[in-house]
Design a protein. Structure first.
Length: 240
Protein backbone atom coordinates (compact mmCIF):
# COMPACT_ATOMS: atom_id res chain seq x y z
CA UNK A 1 0.00 0.00 0.00
CA UNK A 2 1.36 3.43 -0.90
CA UNK A 3 2.17 5.28 2.32
CA UNK A 4 0.46 8.56 3.08
CA UNK A 5 2.49 11.30 1.46
CA UNK A 6 4.54 13.40 3.84
CA UNK A 7 4.34 17.17 3.92
CA UNK A 8 2.01 19.88 5.05
CA UNK A 9 -1.04 19.47 7.22
CA UNK A 10 -3.12 20.49 4.22
CA UNK A 11 -1.75 17.71 2.05
CA UNK A 12 -2.42 15.28 4.90
CA UNK A 13 -5.99 16.56 4.99
CA UNK A 14 -6.34 16.03 1.24
CA UNK A 15 -5.02 12.49 1.60
CA UNK A 16 -7.49 11.84 4.42
CA UNK A 17 -10.31 13.10 2.21
CA UNK A 18 -9.25 10.69 -0.53
CA UNK A 19 -9.44 7.92 2.05
CA UNK A 20 -13.22 8.46 2.24
CA UNK A 21 -13.60 7.65 -1.47
CA UNK A 22 -14.53 4.03 -2.17
CA UNK A 23 -14.18 1.82 -5.18
CA UNK A 24 -17.91 1.11 -5.46
CA UNK A 25 -17.46 -2.50 -6.54
CA UNK A 26 -14.69 -3.45 -4.09
CA UNK A 27 -15.95 -1.41 -1.12
CA UNK A 28 -12.45 -0.27 -0.19
CA UNK A 29 -10.89 3.21 -0.05
CA UNK A 30 -8.95 4.19 -3.16
CA UNK A 31 -5.98 5.03 -0.94
CA UNK A 32 -5.85 1.47 0.42
CA UNK A 33 -6.17 0.09 -3.11
CA UNK A 34 -3.18 2.12 -4.39
CA UNK A 35 -5.41 3.91 -6.89
CA UNK A 36 -3.84 7.27 -6.03
CA UNK A 37 -0.81 7.78 -8.26
CA UNK A 38 0.06 11.21 -6.90
CA UNK A 39 -1.29 13.82 -4.49
CA UNK A 40 0.22 17.28 -4.22
CA UNK A 41 -0.78 20.72 -2.99
CA UNK A 42 0.70 23.97 -4.23
CA UNK A 43 0.25 27.69 -3.75
CA UNK A 44 -1.06 29.54 -6.78
CA UNK A 45 -0.53 33.12 -5.70
CA UNK A 46 -2.03 34.84 -8.69
CA UNK A 47 -3.81 38.15 -8.55
CA UNK A 48 -7.08 36.83 -9.95
CA UNK A 49 -7.28 33.56 -7.99
CA UNK A 50 -4.84 33.15 -5.09
CA UNK A 51 -4.89 30.04 -2.95
CA UNK A 52 -4.00 26.38 -2.78
CA UNK A 53 -4.61 23.93 -5.61
CA UNK A 54 -4.77 20.22 -4.79
CA UNK A 55 -3.68 18.05 -7.70
CA UNK A 56 -4.57 14.37 -7.62
CA UNK A 57 -3.93 11.73 -10.26
CA UNK A 58 -5.73 8.39 -10.04
CA UNK A 59 -4.85 5.12 -11.76
CA UNK A 60 -6.75 1.85 -12.13
CA UNK A 61 -5.81 -1.81 -12.58
CA UNK A 62 -6.55 -1.95 -16.32
CA UNK A 63 -6.90 0.34 -19.32
CA UNK A 64 -10.48 -0.88 -19.78
CA UNK A 65 -11.95 -0.57 -16.27
CA UNK A 66 -15.66 0.18 -16.59
CA UNK A 67 -16.22 3.90 -17.34
CA UNK A 68 -19.12 4.14 -14.88
CA UNK A 69 -17.07 2.85 -11.93
CA UNK A 70 -14.13 4.97 -13.03
CA UNK A 71 -16.26 8.10 -13.32
CA UNK A 72 -17.71 7.55 -9.85
CA UNK A 73 -14.29 7.37 -8.25
CA UNK A 74 -12.91 10.42 -10.02
CA UNK A 75 -16.05 12.45 -9.32
CA UNK A 76 -16.14 11.37 -5.68
CA UNK A 77 -12.46 12.21 -5.28
CA UNK A 78 -13.09 15.64 -6.80
CA UNK A 79 -15.97 16.27 -4.41
CA UNK A 80 -14.02 15.04 -1.37
CA UNK A 81 -10.92 17.11 -2.10
CA UNK A 82 -12.95 20.21 -2.99
CA UNK A 83 -14.46 20.27 0.50
CA UNK A 84 -11.11 20.27 2.33
CA UNK A 85 -10.76 23.60 4.15
CA UNK A 86 -7.98 25.64 2.59
CA UNK A 87 -8.21 24.08 -0.87
CA UNK A 88 -9.27 26.67 -3.44
CA UNK A 89 -9.36 24.32 -6.40
CA UNK A 90 -9.21 20.56 -6.89
CA UNK A 91 -7.65 19.14 -10.05
CA UNK A 92 -8.50 15.42 -10.06
CA UNK A 93 -7.72 13.35 -13.13
CA UNK A 94 -7.56 9.71 -14.20
CA UNK A 95 -4.47 8.47 -16.04
CA UNK A 96 -3.96 5.61 -18.49
CA UNK A 97 -7.63 4.82 -19.13
CA UNK A 98 -9.42 4.50 -22.45
CA UNK A 99 -11.97 7.13 -21.38
CA UNK A 100 -9.61 9.41 -19.45
CA UNK A 101 -10.25 12.44 -21.65
CA UNK A 102 -14.02 12.20 -21.35
CA UNK A 103 -14.00 11.44 -17.62
CA UNK A 104 -11.50 14.15 -16.75
CA UNK A 105 -13.31 16.77 -18.80
CA UNK A 106 -16.71 15.82 -17.43
CA UNK A 107 -15.59 15.82 -13.81
CA UNK A 108 -13.80 19.16 -14.19
CA UNK A 109 -16.95 20.65 -15.71
CA UNK A 110 -19.14 18.92 -13.08
CA UNK A 111 -21.27 17.69 -15.97
CA UNK A 112 -22.41 14.42 -14.42
CA UNK A 113 -22.18 11.02 -16.06
CA UNK A 114 -24.94 11.65 -18.61
CA UNK A 115 -23.59 15.10 -19.42
CA UNK A 116 -20.16 13.55 -19.96
CA UNK A 117 -21.09 10.52 -22.06
CA UNK A 118 -24.35 11.69 -23.63
CA UNK A 119 -26.30 8.97 -25.44
CA UNK A 120 -23.78 6.34 -24.29
CA UNK A 121 -24.99 6.81 -20.70
CA UNK A 122 -28.38 5.36 -19.79
CA UNK A 123 -28.72 7.36 -16.56
CA UNK A 124 -26.84 9.00 -13.74
CA UNK A 125 -25.06 6.66 -11.36
CA UNK A 126 -27.05 7.01 -8.14
CA UNK A 127 -28.75 3.63 -8.52
CA UNK A 128 -25.47 1.93 -9.41
CA UNK A 129 -23.91 3.37 -6.25
CA UNK A 130 -26.87 2.18 -4.17
CA UNK A 131 -26.70 -1.28 -5.72
CA UNK A 132 -23.10 -1.74 -4.63
CA UNK A 133 -23.78 -0.25 -1.20
CA UNK A 134 -26.51 -2.86 -0.74
CA UNK A 135 -24.03 -5.60 -1.64
CA UNK A 136 -21.49 -4.14 0.79
CA UNK A 137 -24.10 -3.96 3.55
CA UNK A 138 -25.00 -7.62 2.99
CA UNK A 139 -21.34 -8.67 3.03
CA UNK A 140 -20.87 -6.61 6.19
CA UNK A 141 -23.45 -8.70 8.02
CA UNK A 142 -21.28 -11.75 7.44
CA UNK A 143 -18.19 -9.92 8.68
CA UNK A 144 -19.91 -9.01 11.94
CA UNK A 145 -21.90 -12.21 12.44
CA UNK A 146 -19.24 -14.74 11.43
CA UNK A 147 -17.23 -14.59 14.70
CA UNK A 148 -20.48 -15.05 16.62
CA UNK A 149 -21.47 -18.06 14.51
CA UNK A 150 -18.00 -19.56 14.97
CA UNK A 151 -18.40 -19.11 18.73
CA UNK A 152 -21.63 -21.11 18.67
CA UNK A 153 -24.35 -18.46 18.49
CA UNK A 154 -27.44 -20.06 16.98
CA UNK A 155 -30.10 -18.75 14.56
CA UNK A 156 -32.62 -17.83 17.26
CA UNK A 157 -30.15 -15.62 19.09
CA UNK A 158 -28.69 -14.17 15.89
CA UNK A 159 -32.15 -13.12 14.74
CA UNK A 160 -32.63 -11.11 17.93
CA UNK A 161 -29.27 -9.34 17.94
CA UNK A 162 -29.07 -5.60 17.36
CA UNK A 163 -26.13 -3.50 16.24
CA UNK A 164 -25.76 -2.27 19.79
CA UNK A 165 -25.62 -5.77 21.27
CA UNK A 166 -22.60 -7.04 19.33
CA UNK A 167 -19.00 -6.20 20.27
CA UNK A 168 -17.67 -2.97 18.76
CA UNK A 169 -15.30 -3.49 15.85
CA UNK A 170 -14.11 -1.81 12.63
CA UNK A 171 -16.41 -4.17 10.72
CA UNK A 172 -19.39 -3.04 12.78
CA UNK A 173 -18.54 0.61 12.19
CA UNK A 174 -18.19 -0.10 8.48
CA UNK A 175 -21.60 -1.81 8.43
CA UNK A 176 -23.21 1.15 10.17
CA UNK A 177 -21.68 3.51 7.59
CA UNK A 178 -22.98 1.49 4.64
CA UNK A 179 -26.46 1.35 6.12
CA UNK A 180 -26.42 5.05 6.85
CA UNK A 181 -25.45 5.77 3.24
CA UNK A 182 -28.46 3.71 2.12
CA UNK A 183 -30.82 5.49 4.50
CA UNK A 184 -31.29 2.29 6.53
CA UNK A 185 -31.53 2.08 10.32
CA UNK A 186 -28.02 1.94 11.75
CA UNK A 187 -28.41 2.86 15.41
CA UNK A 188 -27.95 0.57 18.39
CA UNK A 189 -31.55 -0.69 18.22
CA UNK A 190 -31.36 -1.70 14.53
CA UNK A 191 -31.31 -5.49 13.90
CA UNK A 192 -27.95 -6.95 12.97
CA UNK A 193 -29.42 -9.21 10.29
CA UNK A 194 -31.76 -7.50 7.84
CA UNK A 195 -33.05 -7.96 4.33
CA UNK A 196 -32.38 -5.40 1.59
CA UNK A 197 -35.58 -3.56 2.54
CA UNK A 198 -34.44 -3.23 6.15
CA UNK A 199 -36.82 -5.82 7.59
CA UNK A 200 -35.52 -8.17 10.26
CA UNK A 201 -34.33 -11.64 9.25
CA UNK A 202 -36.30 -14.31 11.12
CA UNK A 203 -34.65 -17.22 12.90
CA UNK A 204 -35.81 -19.60 10.16
CA UNK A 205 -34.25 -17.36 7.52
CA UNK A 206 -30.89 -16.91 9.25
CA UNK A 207 -28.97 -19.87 7.74
CA UNK A 208 -29.83 -19.01 4.11
CA UNK A 209 -29.36 -15.29 4.73
CA UNK A 210 -25.88 -15.79 6.17
CA UNK A 211 -24.91 -18.10 3.29
CA UNK A 212 -25.88 -15.36 0.86
CA UNK A 213 -24.01 -12.78 2.91
CA UNK A 214 -20.90 -14.93 2.98
CA UNK A 215 -21.00 -15.53 -0.77
CA UNK A 216 -21.35 -11.78 -1.30
CA UNK A 217 -18.40 -11.10 0.99
CA UNK A 218 -16.21 -13.71 -0.70
CA UNK A 219 -17.11 -12.34 -4.11
CA UNK A 220 -16.18 -8.78 -3.16
CA UNK A 221 -12.93 -9.79 -1.46
CA UNK A 222 -11.87 -12.13 -4.27
CA UNK A 223 -12.51 -9.44 -6.84
CA UNK A 224 -10.52 -7.02 -4.71
CA UNK A 225 -7.50 -9.29 -4.54
CA UNK A 226 -7.67 -9.85 -8.30
CA UNK A 227 -7.76 -6.10 -8.98
CA UNK A 228 -4.82 -5.52 -6.63
CA UNK A 229 -2.76 -8.13 -8.46
CA UNK A 230 -3.62 -6.54 -11.81
CA UNK A 231 -2.60 -3.13 -10.51
CA UNK A 232 0.72 -4.45 -9.22
CA UNK A 233 1.38 -6.08 -12.60
CA UNK A 234 0.50 -2.90 -14.46
CA UNK A 235 2.53 -0.66 -12.16
CA UNK A 236 5.35 -2.91 -10.88
CA UNK A 237 7.31 0.00 -9.43
CA UNK A 238 4.52 0.97 -7.05
CA UNK A 239 5.50 1.08 -3.38
CA UNK A 240 3.57 -1.70 -1.63
Amino acid sequence: MTPRPPGSDLRDAVWAALGTVLDPELDEPITDLDFVESCTVSEHDTADAPGVVATVVLRLPTFFCAPNFSFLMVADAFDAVSTVPGVRRADVTLADHHASAEINGGVAAQAGFVGTFGSEAAAELDELRAQFLRKAALAGQDRVARPLVDAGTGPDELAELTLGSVPPSPDLSRLRERRAALGMAHGDEAPLLVHADGSRVTAAQVPLHLRRARLQRIGIETNGEYCKSLLQTRYPTAVR
